[in-house]
Design a protein around this ligand. Structure first.
Ligand code: G3H
Ligand code: ZN
Length: 295
């Protein structure tokens, strides 16, 4: 099994599979993600946004992931997700995070390029092995339940992608290809799904020739995900599906027995629910290549 994140990305890219990236806010969800990946025999990336790091603790998350890696010998990597400042990115790299999503996508394109290039140089001077991802385009904010889709999500163009990658030196690119963060209520009810522009993914991959992350994986059509992975998506981020499964299972556990007060008994249900999401998603992310050969 590849031992570094870069080797893991390379292997996934060559096999036309994707590495699963799952966000965590606490140690229960982290253990659930790690154990599901371990049982599946697959590498996994655990991500914490700035908000999630503030809650969990940047050093605490790093220490726990290191402990899991050491005691189980599994390929588990830690990502500083959606990091908006160089200071916060530096803190994560110093704590031992393997990668940083440096997200200045809200800025005008040229400013985003300038700030991302600066972040790449600064972070790699601290740790040359750290993987830096840059973002372009608008994919909405928040791994939450939204009433309605954002009015206008502009797709990344192949030319923008090529220029951004060349001028910033990022290792990984996050494009806007029909994806968005969070889930609509209708997605929870199962009446709508996110749809991806797979042709655009193919064009961007050809123009930029770089590893690519699909953010906003929750609620995406399964076939679109498989096609996107075959077309060059190397990492898929999932957060809201985990949060929804966690909350529903926790509510069920609380409702079942009003007298139960033992945390590890109550938390066993959300633990299993998160494991289930991670198992299913990892299976799908690794099925694209298999189906490509069999069709
Ligand atoms: O960075 C996190 C993700 O992009 C998660 O998006 O909540 O729609 O799965 P999601
Ligand atoms: Zn994201």
């Amino acid at each position: 099994m590849p031992s570094t994140l870069l080797q893991t990305l390379k292997a996934a890219d060559e096999a036309r599979t994707a590495v699963g990236h799952f966000n965590v806010s606490d140690s229960v969800v982290l253990q659930a993600v790690a154990s599901a990946a371990r049982e599946s025999g697959l590498p996994v990336i655990v991500g914490l946004s700035e908000g999630e790091r503030n809650f969990f603790g940047t050093h605490e998350a790093a220490a726990m992931v290191n402990a899991i890696r050491d005691s189980h010998g599994q390929a588990i990597f830690l990502n500083a997700d959606h990091t908006h400042s160089v200071e916060s990115a530096i803190a994560a790299v110093k704590a031992g995070f393997n990668s940083v999503v440096f997200d200045r996508s809200a800025l005008p394109f040229e400013e985003n390029i300038r700030e991302t290039r600066n972040a790449v140089q600064t972070l790699k001077s601290l740790n040359p092995a750290v993987i830096v991802e840059g973002e372009i385009g608008d994919i909405g904010t928040g791994s939450q339940i939204h009433e309605k889709a954002p009015d206008r999500l502009v797709l990344t163009t192949p030319e923008e992608a090529r220029q951004f990658v060349q001028e910033t030196g990022v290792d990984v690119l996050s494009p806007a290809v029909g994806n968005m963060h969070g889930m609509l209520k209708s997605m929870l009810q199962g009446t709508t799904q996110k749809r991806l522009n797979v042709a655009r993914i193919t064009e961007i991959k050809a123009a930029a020739g770089i590893y690519m992350t699909l953010h906003g994986g929750s609620g995406t059509n399964d076939d679109d995900l498989r096609e996107a992975i075959r077309s060059g998506i190397t990492v898929v981020h999932v957060n809201t599906e985990i949060r929804v499964a966690w909350k529903r299972a926790l509510q069920d556990a609380f409702a079942k027995d009003d007298a139960e007060v033992v945390p590890y008994k109550l938390l066993a249900e959300p633990f299993r629910a998160v494991q289930d999401v991670v198992r299913r998603r990892l299976q799908l992310f690794n099925s694209a290549a298999v189906r490509a050969h069999s069709t």
